[in-house]
Design a protein around this ligand. Sequence first.
Ligand SMILES: Nc1ncnc2c1ncn2[C@@H]1O[C@H](COP(=O)(O)OP(=O)(O)OP(=O)(O)O)[C@@H](O)[C@H]1O
Ligand SMILES: [Mg+2]
Length: 507
Amino acid sequence: MEDYVLQMQHIIKEFPGVRALDDVCLHVRRGEVHALCGENGAGKSTLMKVLSGEHTDYKGKLIVDGKEQRFKGIKESEADGIAIIHQELGLISTMSICENIFLSDEICSRGLIDWDEEYRQSRELLKMLGLDISPATRVGNLGIGQQQLVEIAKALKKDVKILVLDEPTAALPEKDSENLLNLILSFKEKGITTIFISHKLNEVMEIADTITILRDGKTITTRPKDEFDTNSLVSNMVGRELTNRFEPRNCSIGDVVLEVEDWSAYDAVNDRWVLRDINLNVRAGEIVGVAGMIGAGRTELAMSIFGALDQNVSGKLKLEGKERRLIRQPKEAIEAGVYYLTEDRKRLGLVLTSDIAYNSTLASLDNITDHMIIDKDRELELVNDMIGKLRIKTPSVLQKVKNLSGGNQQKVCIAKALLTKPKVLILDEATRGIDIGAKNEIYQLMNQLVEQGIAIIMISSELPEILGMSDRVYVMREGRISGEFDNKELQVTQEDIALKATGGKTT
Ligand SMILES: Nc1ncnc2c1ncn2[C@@H]1O[C@H](COP(=O)(O)OP(=O)(O)OP(=O)(O)O)[C@@H](O)[C@H]1O
Ligand SMILES: [Mg+2]
């Protein structure tokens, strides 16, 4: 008989207007890496929240280690050896690593926190994860990759039987992702079972033993990894064959719309140049990719153009051939037809507790306001139109954004951008955490936008999409442009870019 560490049987979970899980079954063998795949909104995170006891009003059965359970909260599932690392990290950035690891679970002796013991254990955990830093380090000073590891350390401080990672690598640079995947494989040797959720199908194919596919809240199939290839995985996820990801564009490229010259930004606090002597332009109907490693200054470049960077910015800014004074706040940028879509949608892009309509029109209220009064009918009409065009999956335009799946939240950010009718659209990691079907939709949408004459600057860490979408590519390194490529005939290679991004030979 199979040895299952977890069986979830006929799980049904409803939210108002949405049946998020519709008779889902998940059977996970002891010690395996089990990948959970599906499009945005398929129900993956919801299923894991049923497991963790965050959702308690569901139908169906949960059997952990042969015993039926019905957890009433995270504490209970944790006590049973289940640890979940969510899509959104939950660390407190002003606290130290050690404080975070033991948050609300402090080790006490005689009514006082036993710091020595907490530090000792923290050091051990960090060592196990290959992190060579002091447990006293403030979490806010760590990169996302390291924060991720702190979350894992927090999970591992107890005896973990089942570790759930919900899109752990979505925001990680390649190197950190690789480390994390190796870590998961090393957990496997220790007998820990991992449930792994990722839209990066190459990672799934690399580490999973078994794959379960969800679509529209239903289990489509559970099979050993070896029975899938990327194509069959995708077609099971989306329920149809996907055609060519990057379709050729046939659009005429016009005049330069935005140009920066000798563009620099100086960070006085840390006495360092964030951006140095950058010359960049983008034309109407053109997609310009900006590649580079994390920390190369790509986001800073975008924010500085958008008037959202605190540092001292200098240089020349030209819009449609005319030099103008530098933009000092996003409102001015939007009025000038420049929109920046942030990479940090949760913190900067959305008001999570408000609805889709509110969020979508937030940057373009002028268009729907008459004598200081918002025309609600017009707002709903515009936003419903966007929901249709972008295929945002939601029961209603009045759904709170925090209740949408990650990918659909991103589409709301795009709706918000488009409603400002930008001439220049700067996209920062716009397809991060987005499933492959929705990614294709965004690519198609970008093609439509440039065909209408919009200029797009696309910052991305995914080289395939940079190469597949861009007419030209700039590569940034340490705050400077280290390379520029013409990509009309799609002749640029990943190696070309990597070389410029790292400034040396790649191995
Ligand atoms: N708290 C909630 N209230 C209302 N609806 C919700 C809530 N949480 C999730 N949903 C809905 O349930 C469905 C499944 O969402 P879920 O977050 O599980 O998707 P997912 O597979 O994790 O997607 P993604 O890959 O985008 O993270 C979606 O339609 C979502 O809008
Ligand atoms: Mg999710």
